[in-house]
Design a protein around this ligand. Structure first.
Ligand code: ADP
Ligand code: MG
Length: 292
């Protein structure tokens, strides 16, 4: 490979809004046949807002929002930011939290106003939701909203939902990847119903949706695909995507994402526009064709 041609490829990448770690990155891009897309913040904007509040019959909705909002105020997760901001807007200033604990891919725990509060997708609490709240939760998920369970002192008290929007460019990006002969897949820690709704919106097959994956297990999904003989590009934005980005044959980080993701990736998509993934692959194919 002539260094000059690769340098030209790198320069052209910068014009397209792609930062390339080193010219050699373009070589691995060419072999990629599978593109694994993280959902939240990659296919979707990641800017979530609080939607519905479903309190169990004996539960005060204001108290539920106050306790959940207070706890989520201590977390940086996109779901947490939405719950905290929405709660503060609806019920006013939030009380302090003690003994805060973050459980990656699950939710948060802590003590608020003398109660042991949890917010997240903890299965033990979710399984004991009153029937009408469980039904509302399922309906919200089937419409693509993320629903999290709020409980305190060991009792599930209700569900709050947050909505995220699919980026306007995501469906076109998936079409472009297919046109290049690549197989797009969706990977997320979120609920399967929500994940399939997002997949349908952008044109990813339901059997190519891998949902409810814990943050530390995303890297294993990439390894498993590689063991099947695939050459995998991973696109992500979060701290929980960093290991998978580093392990993938090609790691693409959203420039709008976390520093951990950007450091782990081979390429950074400066504007966070997924269509640039196809541009990157086209560019490397063209650059390497020039070299031949
Ligand atoms: P993703 O893979 O989509 O970026 P995560 O692995 O970070 O998602 O989280 C997976 C799921 O865990 C979320 O959809 C949410 O249901 C739950 N969760 C994680 N952190 C929190 C939190 N701080 N508050 C509420 N729910 C949370
Ligand atoms: Mg993400």
């Amino acid at each position: 490979a002539t260094p000059t041609a690769l340098m030209v490829g790198t320069g052209r990448g910068a014009q397209l809004g792609i930062l390339i770690k080193g010219p050699e990155v373009l070589e691995s891009t060419r072999r990629v046949d599978t593109v694994v897309l993280d959902k939240t913040g990659t296919v979707t904007t990641g800017r979530m807002t609080l939607q519905e509040v479903y309190a169990a019959e004996s539960t005060d909705e204001k108290q539920l929002l106050r306790l959940a909002g207070a706890l989520e105020h201590a977390s940086e997760h996109p779901v947490a930011r939405a719950v905290a901001a929405g709660a503060e807007e609806r019920v006013g200033p939030l009380p302090p939290v003690e003994h805060f604990e973050n459980v990656p891919g699950q939710g948060v725990r802590g003590r608020v106003e003398g109660h042991e509060v949890t917010v997240g997708r903890f299965a033990d609490l979710a399984a004991r939701l009153p029937q009408e709240v469980a039904r509302a939760r399922h309906e919200a998920e089937s419409e693509g909203r993320t629903a999290v369970v709020v409980g305190w002192d060991g009792v599930p008290r209700g569900v709050v939902t947050v909505a995220d929007a699919v980026k306007e460019t995501s469906a076109e990006a998936v079409r472009e990847l297919r046109a290049l002969g690549l197989r797009p897949m969706l990977l997320t820690g979120d609920n399967r119903t929500v994940a399939e709704t997002v997949a349908r919106a952008v044109g990813i097959d339901p059997q190519d949706v891998i949902a409810e994956v814990l943050p530390q297990d995303k890297v294993d999904v990439v390894r498993r695909l590689q063991a099947e003989g695939r050459s995998v590009a991973m696109v992500g934005d979060g701290v929980n995507d960093a290991a998978a980005l580093a392990t993938a044959d090609l790691g693409l980080a959203m420039g709008t994402g976390t520093d951990a993701a950007i450091e782990a990736g081979d390429l950074t998509l400066v504007r966070g526009d997924l269509r640039v993934v196809a541009d990157a692959i086209r560019l490397s194919r063209r650059t390497l064709a020039t070299i031949k």
